[in-house]
Design a protein around this ligand. Structure first.
Ligand code: SF4
Length: 444
């Protein structure tokens, strides 16, 4: 084991590397403990009289929930955590036996299967029932169908925040006013009714100020990937870094401590000229700097990561780490305008962007991070993300002049992760980048 790496798996075997120790950056351990602590808190919610709100990651209203003393449950996080712990296949089978088609998003089936199997969360803690279903609608129609299913299971109120789609690639004042009005007239009264508390705007502002501080450090971590070698993997490492800020920790002192620690850890690697820690230890020579579109595969997460790291490929930017907010484009929660800032946050999530806006963002990343290529990981489950990705590929190739790669698998259904196929596609793609580089060197 190298300095700064931690074997956290206690010898547990991982796919393709039986009994190999797994290396992690120290802040990943801190993040893991924060998330586990949240699940423990959820397990105690009933005894402690805490109200529980089920909601989604994109467009989450974490600071508002916190201001009412509520605890969030995020079903997508349960699904991906279950997949990383090899529990999703069983849950999906349970949901399919109950009649959910093979074509339904596997996040939904994993969640429904978990619920039908006793609603024990991924860490083994029982999940409390919701006191409120808060449907924050940002770009994905499946969110609505998902919460219709949960409404059939739970006897609790549902409130919806309708976030208008950024069809023209911009947020207008009218869109902001529309969301603010819903917050004021519908969402806040629903929280007041469920919790029996009056809305405390000063408490919301206090939390938003804490969010902005953490967001500053978070962006600095993302932008550290401009360095050579990149001290982070902005996709595989990136999903650890987004964990607290995209889930239940925005607006807390814990988030501030965590992002300050990650920033310091990353600054240390830059000063030593080191790359990120991969599952096999510190990354060696970085031969390929890549930008990636689409979520990772969760059932074979480390195996997937190693397929790139072993070839010297590092991700310097990803769109997936923007589904819960595009902070690197300058957005910060503003405590001076509490409801307006929540509206702008929801409107700005990556899931709410049009196809041209997504293409523009990837093109910007390719230039900003001086990437050698870009890759699209298309997942079968997700119609919202996957529709139009081939068009994105062609358009980006023509705009950047770089080779694009395209691979397919799924989020949490292991039936759709074919390791041999994925590895072949990755190796061929990286060879293509190499060949292009040799040709342009020879021509110059
Ligand atoms: S379809 Fe995509 S965006 Fe919608 S819930 Fe499933 S994974 Fe999330």
């Amino acid at each position: 084991m190298s300095p700064g790496t931690v074997n956290t798996e206690g010898g547990r075997s991982m796919p393709g590397d039986a009994k190999a120790p797994v290396s992690k950056e120290p802040s990943m351990e801190m993040q893991k403990e924060m998330i586990a602590g949240h699940f423990r808190q959820l397990g105690r919610a009933g005894q402690e009289g805490r109200k529980v709100v089920y909601t989604f990651v994109p467009g989450n209203l974490t600071e508002l929930m916190g201001a009412f003393g509520c605890l969030p449950v995020l079903p997508e996080i349960n699904a991906l955590q279950s997949a990383m712990r090899k529990k999703s296949a069983g849950y999906i089978a349970t949901a399919e036996k109950a009649g959910h088609s093979e074509d339904v998003c596997t996040y939904v089936k994993c969640d429904i299967g978990m619920l039908k199997s006793g609603n024990t969360g991924p860490t083994g803690e029982p999940l409390p029932k919701p006191d409120l279903l808060l449907l924050s609608y940002t770009g994905c129609f499946t969110f609505m169908k998902w919460f219709e299913l949960l409404k059939e299971e739970y006897d609790c109120p549902v409130t919806m925040l309708h976030v208008p789609y950024q069809g023209d690639g911009k947020i207008t004042d009218e869109m902001v006013a529309y969301v603010v009005e819903q917050l004021r007239e519908t969402v806040i009264p629903a929280f007041e009714k469920v919790t029996g508390r009056a809305f405390d705007e000063a408490e919301l502002s206090r939390r938003l100020a804490l969010s902005a501080m953490a967001e500053e450090d978070f962006v600095s971590v993302l932008e550290s990937a401009r360095a050579r070698p990149s001290p982070i993997d902005a996709y595989f490492g990136g999903v650890y870094y987004i964990g607290p800020i995209f889930t239940s920790f925005r607006g807390t002192d814990e988030a501030i401590r965590y992002y300050a620690a990650v920033r310091e850890e990353v600054a240390g690697r830059i000063s030593r000229g080191e790359g990120p820690i991969t599952p096999d230890g510190p990354m060696g020579e970085q031969k390929f700097r890549l930008v990636v579109e689409g979520p990772p595969n969760w059932t074979s997460f480390r195996e997937f990561w190693k397929m790139f790291a072993s070839e010297g490929a590092v991700f310097v930017a990803s769109t997936y780490t923007k589904v819960g907010g595009l902070y690197d484009r300058g957005f910060r929660h503003d405590p001076e305008k509490p409801l307006e800032t929540l509206a702008r946050y929801c409107l700005g999530c990556y899931t709410n962007l049009s196809l041209p806006a997504r293409i523009g963002l990837i093109e910007e990343y390719v230039k900003k991070y001086e990437a050698d290529g870009f890759l699209i990981h298309s997942v079968k489950s997700c119609n919202s993300f996957s529709a139009g990705q081939l068009l994105m590929l062609r358009e980006l190739e023509s705009r950047t002049g770089l080779a694009g790669g395209f691979i397919e698998s799924d989020l949490v259904d292991p039936r759709y992760f074919s390791a041999a196929n994925v590895r072949n596609r990755i190796e061929s793609y990286l060879q293509m980048i190499d060949q292009k580089r040799s040709h342009s060197k020879a021509a110059s």
